[in-house]
Write a protein that binds this ligand. Structure first.
Ligand SMILES: Cc1cc2nc3c(=O)[nH]c(=O)nc-3n(C[C@H](O)[C@H](O)[C@H](O)COP(=O)(O)OP(=O)(O)OC[C@H]3O[C@@H](n4cnc5c(N)ncnc54)[C@H](O)[C@@H]3O)c2cc1C
Length: 466
């Protein structure tokens, strides 16, 4: 007899999504988180698809009440000229499906509290040190509890949602790094920054919650409004440029780059830096060789990480969490379906990662014009669809890669005003009937064959490593 049905390692957006859903579906869930929340975390700019997952978790009202900044789109200085250009999610998606700019300390705490309220047992201050194996299957974990005592807990299924800690991916040496995308981010918080509309005059007042992404010679800068005149400002650059520089040197390098960027120096003219020290975060894109195995599954950054140029991390983590919960619930209900549903999970997730990764790689390819990125998005969504190139770009940058899971087709159709064939195209990989059955926990042996696990990602772009 196992102590729990499901054990979740990590209480970030991926872990809390899995824990909430499985608890709602009556599973006995233990979530172990090494920190005490609220805790600082990077990854503040969300996408509309994440709002859809929140709706499904039943937490959207709480998020709305927490007064996070509404994000209606994105504004870029990127391309052949320094003329800003903007996309609005409402061009493609019902504008009630806005995204949010969040302080992660508050946002992650809210999601984790929701998991608790839904019945998950959440233990903070508990660091998982090792997965336990029996006959080639993961059967539980060893962890250090709040008092420093070593504990062991068993479960029918184990979810690694430990973020870049990647407790299982590292120990199994699963992670493969993408060579071109080895970046580093230097970031800090500024009080008193100007709203974006003061720089981009044709922006509507509602759009001042947009993320502002500005290219510089050595990388790019994000300018994210977090409310109450607080802004997160980050510089993403090649990791080699910050190597061998001490903390003071990095701070100077960071501030000098902001000062030399006309758009950002204008917006920060009257602002003062709030963070005591500059935050530094490695930003290397990677993917694990496998996302699942006997008794376990990886989700969120524990499975894969894409450069933040498109702000996809939290959305991928939450959408992946939803798929992971569906897969595990199905496997627990009918163990005969385990292989099928785990392959389905991996196929879906890898497909989305791959779309976002290819878009990010393309994004970094020099100073092109907008149409080059729009065309790339169209290729990734489905080149034969009726979507215009701009529509494809907006959908992709709203988080809707091919293989959606958080939308029912009809709902999406209503939201976007799409024709049914367009919906079918962007809904490509999802057999919603199967998902619905899994969701209701009544899935029986299916006559469907599992989709062949297509390892579409370009292996030659990934290095080995832990
Ligand atoms: C520079 C940079 C900028 C980014 N900007 C954005 C952005 O604008 N928008 C966006 O959506 N994403 C962004 N991201 C990505 C985003 O931060 C992540 O994708 C997202 O946080 C992943 O969520 P997660 O739940 O998988 O992992 P996390 O949020 O990292 O949560 C993992 C949790 O596991 C816990 N944990 C770790 N090890 C253990 C252990 N051994 N035992 C128990 N608990 C453990 C950690 O304490 C943590 O709370 C950015 C990333 C970087 C590096």
């Amino acid at each position: 007899m196992h102590d729990y049905d499901v054990l979740v390692i990590g209480g970030g957006p991926a872990g809390s999504t899995v824990a909430t859903l499985l608890s709602q579906w009556g599973r006995r869930v233990l979530l172990l988180e090494k920190e005490h929340f609220p805790r600082h975390h990077i990854g503040e700019s969300l996408l509309p698809l994440a709002s859809r997952v929140m709706q499904r978790l039943g937490v959207l009202d709480k998020v709305e009440q927490a007064n996070f900044v509404h994000k209606l789109g994105a504004t870029y200085v990127w391309g052949k000229t320094r003329q800003p250009w903007t996309i609005s999610f409402s061009e493609m998606i019902d504008d009630t499906t806005h995204a949010y700019q969040v302080e992660r300390a508050r946002f992650d705490t809210l999601l984790l509290e929701h998991s608790r309220e839904c019945g998950a047992r959440v233990q903070e201050g508990c660091r998982v040190t090792q997965a336990l194996h029996e006959d080639g299957r993961v059967t539980g974990v060893r962890y250090v509890d709040e008092t420093g005592a070593l504990q062991v807990v068993s479960s029918r299924f184990c979810v690694d949602a430990s973020g870049q800690g990647a407790i299982m991916g590292r120990s199994m040496r699963f992670r493969r790094f993408n060579r071109p995308l080895r970046n580093i981010a230097l970031y800090a918080y500024f009080r008193g920054g100007k709203p974006l509309v003061e720089y981009v005059h044709d922006l509507s007042p509602q759009s001042q919650g947009n993320i502002f992404v500005v290219t510089v010679d050595i990388g790019w800068i994000w300018y994210i409004p977090l409310g109450d005149t607080l802004f997160s400002v980050g510089l993403v650059t090649d990791a080699s440029l910050a190597q061998g520089i001490n903390q003071e040197g990095r701070r100077k390098f960071y501030l000098d780059t902001l000062a030399a960027t006309p758009e950002i120096s204008f917006l920060l003219r009257d602002a003062h830096i709030e963070s005591e020290s500059l935050y530094t975060q490695s930003d290397w894109s990677y993917i694990c060789r496998s996302f699942q195995g006997p008794g376990y599954l990886l989700v969120g950054d524990a499975a894969c990480f894409v450069d933040p140029i498109l702000s996809t991390g939290v959305t991928l983590a939450m959408d992946g969490g939803l798929q992971a919960a569906l897969a595990i619930n199905t496997a627990l209900s009918d163990p005969q379906l385990t292989n099928w549903v785990m392959n389905w999970y991996e196929e879906q997730y890898r497909g989305k990662f791959q779309s976002f990764l290819q878009m990010a790689v393309h994004w970094y390819k020099g100073h092109r014009n907008q149409d080059a990125w729009f065309w790339q998005a169209k290729q990734l969504m489905d080149s034969s669809s009726n979507l215009s190139i701009r529509q494809a770009f907006i959908l992709l940058t709203a988080g809707f890669a091919a293989g959606l899971s958080s939308q029912e087709p009809l709902e999406l159709q209503e939201m976007g005003g799409f024709s049914s064939s367009q919906v079918k195209t962007i809904y490509d990989h999802l057999d919603s009937a199967i998902l619905e059955q899994a969701h209701e926990n009544v899935m029986q042996q299916s006559t469907h064959e599992p989709p062949a696990l297509r390892r579409r990602y370009a292996l030659h772009h990934f290095d080995g490593g832990a």
